[in-house]
Design a protein around this ligand. Structure first.
Ligand code: SAM
Length: 241
């Protein structure tokens, strides 16, 4: 057996999340979080996906490319423990891990070909824009769904963590952006912020935050536990790419 083995990307993710901050911590939490997986040669052929359209969800194995330069750690502080307690890297889903391999079960919306290019349209993702995908497999409920699995130190998702309200100006911006691009920006902002993307150490604080959704910089203010979305700037001009 070789002492190392080179893997190469089969495709590249174009995601609604261009920056790490604010991306959901697991797939399935934000239904309106979408991505397009652009297949690369020599994997850019519809015959390689024949039959996959019969599945609602797929497993993606990918590279946490955004943390490769940051290296890995033996122990990490998972957000679900409030950042107070350390666990071993292999007891975590941290991107700061040996080999930087990620694994997500995401919704397969459709398989498309435009000209010579094959795309997979995906939803419910937790992936950074430009993530290199290393493999794709169908999600198989009879084997992959484990009804008797324990939660470990994680807490089951119990719905929105915070209240999110929009200013009139932001609602108008989102409507206009959706008309122009077809992107459901308002739903995406609402669902993503409802999970409270702030680091655990910021949770008690009031203050202003910003986050990118596609090319839109969204600003919100936290006051008495309510997230008020107060500003949006962006054009949606790269949407047709
Ligand atoms: N579901 C995957 C897993 O378990 O392997 C990812 C879990 S990891 C906790 C999810 C976080 O990884 C996201 O919130 C985002 O901050 C980060 N992330 C997603 N894609 C990434 C990438 N390509 N490079 C670095 N970090 C990424």
């Amino acid at each position: 057996m070789p002492s190392d083995f080179v893997v190469r990307p089969i495709g590249i993710i174009h995601s609604c999340y261009p920056e790490k901050f604010g991306i959901p911590r697991q797939p399935g939490l934000v239904k309106s979080a979408t991505a397009r997986l652009e297949m690369l040669e020599p994997f850019n052929h519809l015959e390689m996906f024949k039959g996959l359209e019969r599945f609602s969800h797929i497993w993606l194995q990918f590279l946490f490319h955004g943390t490769v330069d940051e290296g890995w750690k033996r122990t990490i502080r998972p957000p679900s423990l409030g950042g107070r307690e350390k666990v071993g890297v292999f007891a975590s889903r941290s991107p700061h891990r040996p080999n930087h391999l990620g694994l997500s079960a995401v919704r397969l919306v459709r398989i498309a070909r435009e000209g010579r290019q094959v795309f997979l349209d995906l939803a419910e993702i937790d992936l950074l824009d430009r993530t290199p995908v290393l493999d794709i497999k169908p999600y198989i409920p009879y084997s992959d769904r484990l009804d008797d699995a324990g939660d470990g130190y994680t807490k089951p998702f119990e719905g929105p963590a915070v209240e999110v309200v929009f200013s009139k100006g932001v609602m108008d911006f989102c409507d206009c952006y959706e008309r122009k691009t077809g992107r459901k920006l308002r739903e995406l902002i609402f669902e993503t912020l409802s999970l409270d993307p702030r680091p655990a150490s910021h949770r008690p604080r009031m203050g202003e935050y910003g986050m990118l959704f596609w090319d839109v910089n969204v600003r919100w203010r936290v006051e008495q536990g309510v997230f008020q979305v107060i500003g949006c700037e962006g054009t949606g001009e790269e949407a047709g790419e």
